[in-house]
Design a protein around this ligand. Structure first.
Ligand SMILES: C[S@@+](CC[C@H](N)C(=O)[O-])C[C@H]1O[C@@H](n2cnc3c(N)ncnc32)[C@H](O)[C@@H]1O
Length: 301
């Protein structure tokens, strides 16, 4: 089963689960078997395995700019995964399914959203069919020393009317959401074929690097995608739907402390009783945010 990275990157694993749960709601628009998954599977293809094993998606495409094709082909878990060597900028426009069928696309970048990533988002918002989903993972860290580079990376989306501090530290993630969401909205509203995009994810986390995961569902204009896909049931989508981030952080808890808290669930931060006074409230709140996704055996070990 997909998920070897859960032990070393538990929060990223949770965001993968969120992608699966949201993508499953695309069943409203037709069988998931008919969907195409396009991702950056790297050497382990964790996301492609999830797309096939958890969603039943059979058409799987992976784009990869760095690793050799021979090594990727050796490591792919299913021979039907089509590997496209090259960058997303050059390869995405060559994928016919993006224009002709429903797709789940996950651009799992490790960089910030720079001009080249903006181009990918722009292209996809222009072509993705209703009943598709787009997810974008990006680095959300920008220090003072990065400022000149960030200015260049943002290109036309750099807003000189803002203060420098708006582009630094925790504020940078807000700018990045603004850029990606503006691109999606602008592109979608310029389309002649009546498509709308609903923001469903803005999850901020840090397993090692500070990252954020953004997501949109594409639906026919005039249709309430939230109601049609019953997104109200997916509580982790509600912050993004209200323009707010969802912050995930891992609690520092031993296995017995985790178990003591689990026994009290469901509960909230006001009713959950700490196992003892040494467990700080902040870790109780973090626990509430992540507990339902499970605890990897070696977390905090
Ligand atoms: C974070 S890893 C993907 C991990 C995988 N999606 C998972 O779920 O574990 C990103 C991979 O995409 C490649 N990559 C990043 N940006 C790319 C781009 N713009 N075009 C092509 N490959 C890219 C990197 O070389 C790396 O192998």
């Amino acid at each position: 089963m997909a998920g070897p990275n859960y032990l070393t990157a538990p929060l990223k694993s949770i965001t993968r689960e969120m992608i699966v749960e949201i993508s499953r709601r695309l069943i409203r628009y037709g069988a998931l078997r008919d969907v195409t998954y396009v991702g950056l599977g790297s050497l382990e293809f964790v996301d492609h395995r999830m797309a096939y094993e958890r969603l039943g998606i059979e058409r799987l495409i992976s784009i990869e700019a760095e690793h050799s094709l021979e090594r990727l082909e050796f490591n792919r878990p299913y021979s039907q995964i089509e590997i496209l060597p090259g960058t997303t900028n050059t390869r995405l426009p060559e994928i016919e399914e993006l224009r002709t069928s429903r797709c789940v696309v996950w651009l799992d970048y490790t960089t910030r959203i720079r001009q080249q990533e903006q181009r990918d988002i722009s292209y996809l918002a222009n072509v993705l069919r209703p009943g598709s989903a787009l997810f974008v993972c990006a680095n959300r860290h920008a220090s003072e020393a990065d400022f000149a580079r960030v200015q260049e990376e943002q290109g036309d989306y750099f807003d000189s009317g803002l203060r420098k501090i708006d582009y630094l530290g925790p504020n940078f993630a807000d700018r990045q959401v603004h850029v990606a969401d503006s691109i999606v909205r602008r592109r979608v509203s310029a389309r002649a074929d009546q498509v709308s995009a609903t923001s469903v994810l803005d999850v901020r986390y840090a397993d090692s690097a500070k990252m954020q995961l953004l997501g949109w569902i594409f639906a026919p204009t005039g249709e309430d995608a939230v109601a049609e896909c019953r997104l109200e049931e997916l509580d982790f989508t509600s912050p993004a739907r209200s323009g707010e981030p969802l912050d995930l952080a891992w609690p520092t808890l031993t296995a017995p402390e985790w178990a003591a808290l689990s026994r009290q669930m469901p509960a909230d931060a006001t009713t959950l009783v700490p196992p003892h006074k040494w467990v700080d409230r902040v870790h109780i709140e973090r626990f509430i945010g992540v507990h339902r996704w499970g605890r990897p055996a070696a977390a905090n070990a």
